[in-house]
Design a protein around this ligand. Structure first.
Ligand SMILES: Nc1nc2c(c(CN[C@H]3C=C[C@H](O)[C@@H]3O)cn2[C@@H]2O[C@H](COP(=O)(O)O)[C@@H](O)[C@H]2O)c(=O)[nH]1
Length: 309
């Protein structure tokens, strides 16, 4: 994901509101370099897994909807990622054809709520429905209705998979224009590749020769952890917007910096771990560790209404 790395690095070196602190990185790396915390994929026990193509279909649907969990008053009053994953899992266990391409094209908002056993309108429900339809239609049109075909066509390359997904499914084209430059973050497309790798433990559908090319997934949880660790420093105005739960507009300098600086910081951590300990750690592994720390500590995070994360 060279374009994600290089455009994020550009943001980090031109940023106005967020600083990547190299001393903060050194401290974190010093603490973890000898035993990098290993977090197992699905440590929460919420995901569907049957070791076959239906798992890939599940993960594609999950990552098509893997955004915007925050509009409730507090983090835990509204839909969260666990609800989404376990709701989709239960739906599939109940009805193996629930995510067939023709069915995906027909869901209404209330049917999706019913499927997830969610009593209220979902955050950005109309967008979630639109994106499900987009996935169903394009899978049917070009991939025999099967997300597993996307993986097979990628020839064991996570980079190819991300590029195939972003080329065919507009909802996955997570990018912004920052100070005149196009910045690529591709959070949901990259997390889809990483989810497959994690679920299948790097075997079968999960075998990618270039999993090291995937960056961290620029969401709202990991930046908050990086700030807590002293890796990211915010301007006082940005810090106060986040503290007071103010909304940060999608595509604003602040939002792009929070996300791109997180990508850059994790890349720097990974490089420094390599130098200090000789260990090759993947950005995906660092991301899952940081994310799991974040969801356990329920840190205050930035709030941007977006379909990308
Ligand atoms: N950077 C990063 N962000 C991640 C994930 C995951 C889940 N990954 C699965 C992979 C293996 C595990 O077993 C996980 O189940 C979700 N998110 C993001 O978090 C936010 C939701 O949070 P909350 O409001 O608390 O529900 C939302 O933006 C969502 O998109 C990750 O891994 N990395």
């Amino acid at each position: 994901m060279e374009e994600v790395r290089s455009s994020s690095a550009w943001v980090a070196t031109h940023s106005s509101h967020v600083v990547v602190d190299s001393t903060g990185i050194e401290k974190v790396v010093e603490n973890i370099k000898d035993s990098i915390p290993k977090v197992e994929w699905d440590y929460e026990g919420i995901h569907y897994f049957d070791n076959g193509p239906l798992t890939v279909q599940y993960l594609f649907v999950l990552d098509a909807l893997n955004f915007c969990f925050w509009p409730g008053k507090t983090l835990y009053e509204d839909l969260n990622y666990d609800h989404l994953a376990s709701g989709l899992k239960a739906a599939l266990q109940n009805d193996k054809s629930a995510f067939d391409a023709d069915r995906l094209q027909k869901y209404t908002g209330s049917q999706l709520r019913e499927l997830l056993k969610w009593p209220r309108p979902l955050p950005l429900e109309d967008e979630r429905v639109r994106l499900l339809h987009e996935v169903g239609l394009e899978l049917e049109r070009n991939f025999g209705g099967k997300a597993s075909d996307l993986v097979e066509l990628s020839g064991k390359s996570a980079v190819k998979l991300v590029s195939l997904v972003t080329r065919h499914f507009p909802g996955f084209r997570d990018h912004s224009v920052y100070k005149g430059h196009q910045v690529f973050l591709y959070k949901r497309a990259q997390i889809f590749a990483a989810d497959i790798w994690g679920a299948f433990k790097g075997q079968g559908y999960g075998e990618f020769n270039d999993i090291g090319a995937i960056t961290m997934f620029a969401d709202y949880v990991v930046p908050a952890v990086l700030q807590q660790l002293g890796v990211l420093k915010y301007s006082s105005s940005l810090a106060s917007t986040i503290e007071t739960n103010g909304e940060i507009g999608s595509g604003t300098e602040e939002e792009v910096e929070l996300r791109a600086c997180s990508v850059y910081a994790v890349e720097k951590m990974r490089e420094l771990i390599g130098i200090k300990s000789g260990k090759q750690v993947l950005s995906v592994e660092l991301d899952l560790w940081l994310w799991s720390v974040g969801v356990q500590s329920a840190l205050q995070h930035h709030r941007t209404l977006s379909i990308y994360y």
